[in-house]
Design a binder for this molecule. Structure first.
Ligand SMILES: Cc1cc2nc3c(=O)[nH]c(=O)nc-3n(C[C@H](O)[C@H](O)[C@H](O)COP(=O)(O)O)c2cc1C
Length: 349
């Protein structure tokens, strides 16, 4: 497996990556090859290949422009909020070494800076955001930079403590709409509040949030970003309540784990004992969620699109997700360490 310079540098802060990145091949846009593809439809837009990067690695318009140049046709702009929100201190990213698959039961995993393939990482940022007066013009610039058959998806979330969370989600959606992003994505699976307390598991709240967002922005498709649901009943309940209102579901976010150093101490620091794990060790969970969603979509005669995420780092993984029922596929960890991933998938179609 190829190991290239990652376009996000884990050894420096989020703010430094924001200001100086992207790195590696993503700085050399003239090296990008164009592979031409017959476009298809994803939601309301025409896309060359329904493949791209989920919310996270693409911090701003400079990252999005590089991702478009390297053929990632669906690019999610990293989750934004209605107010400035600081990033957790370093480390934000570490390599983790589970024995094979990570379970969804808060496994303890060794974490260090040895980024070996097949790669899994922990990411712990706390969903930082600049204030809207900074991110809105930048997101608008990213939206405009999309080439033919490419599209920016604007990811956002509400913040606890900014009044009613539903209203803050709706305000964030309106602010994203103002940038002209053609598709919106609400992040309901932020792991920073603890694995058992993820918003997407509180179905009453999800329904209220979805209704508020749809009232605030009725004219843009809405995707919900979901975590891994161990329980089928909960998936059915979610689909019963919002399955015909939303336009897409993107899954999965990370699986939570306890990253420790070689001495068994919390690797992200004493006050961050848990971190979300992504990359190779969670692909099983992404594939499992996608196939269960596809099954219930058919059984319940629903129409939403499914975005498959989790551990995609090769053409084979892309096709596994499509076969499981995904309408689009995205890669964060795999793409960060291999900026040529979209080109490779297109060449192997
Ligand atoms: C560096 C990094 C930052 C991330 N930030 C966000 C985020 O802001 N919002 C979000 O919904 N997901 C975020 N994620 C989760 C990814 O969108 C994705 O769901 C997860 O990484 C699994 O995909 P992967 O195995 O391809 O990495 C982030 C992931 C990474 C690696």
């Amino acid at each position: 497996m190829k190991s290239l310079t990652p376009f996000y540098d884990p050894s420096i802060s989020y703010e430094e990556n924001y200001a100086q990145g992207p790195f590696g091949l993503f700085r050399q846009l003239d090296k990008a090859q164009q592979v031409s593809i017959k476009p298809s439809k994803f939601l309301n837009v025409e896309v060359n290949l329904p493949f791209g990067q989920p919310a996270g690695p693409l911090l701003n318009a400079n990252y999005i422009k590089a991702a478009f140049a390297y053929g990632f046709d669906l690019c999610v702009y990293k989750t934004v909020r209605t107010k400035l929100h600081k990033c957790h201190p370093l480390p934000n990213v570490l390599s983790v070494h589970p024995n094979g698959k990570l379970s969804c039961n808060l496994d303890t995993v060794l974490a260090d800076t040895n980024y070996s393939q097949p790669l899994s990482i922990t990411n712990s940022f706390g969903v930082p955001s600049f204030a809207p007066d900074v991110w809105q013009p930048d997101m608008a610039d990213a939206v405009k930079s999309a080439g033919h058959g490419q599209c920016v998806i604007g990811s956002f979330q509400g913040t606890q403590g900014n009044g009613e969370i539903e209203k803050d989600y709706a305000l964030a959606a309106k602010l994203v709409r103002e940038t002209n992003a053609p598709i919106l994505e609400a992040n309901l699976s932020c792991p920073n509040e603890g694995a058992s307390k993820l918003l997407c598991f509180d179905i009453d709240k999800v329904e209220r949030i979805v209704n508020e967002i749809k009232m605030a922005v009725p004219d843009r498709p809405l995707i919900l970003k979901l975590a891994y649901f161990a329980d089928d009943e909960k998936i059915i309940s979610l689909l019963n309540r919002v399955g015909s209102i939303i336009d897409g579901l993107s899954t999965i976010n990370t699986l939570s784990a306890k990253p420790v150093d070689a001495h068994g101490h919390p690797a992200l620091g004493e006050n961050r004992k848990e971190g979300g794990v992504c990359g190779d060790a969670i692909r099983w969970a992404g594939l499992d969620m996608v196939s269960r969603l596809a099954k219930y979509r058919q059984e319940m005669d629903l129409k939403f699109a499914i975005v498959g995420v989790g551990g995609v780092s090769s053409s084979e993984h892309y096709h596994q997700f499509i076969k499981s029922g995904a309408d689009a596929v995205m890669s964060a960890t795999g793409a960060m360490w291999n900026p040529l991933l979209a080109i490779e998938i297109k060449k192997n179609l």
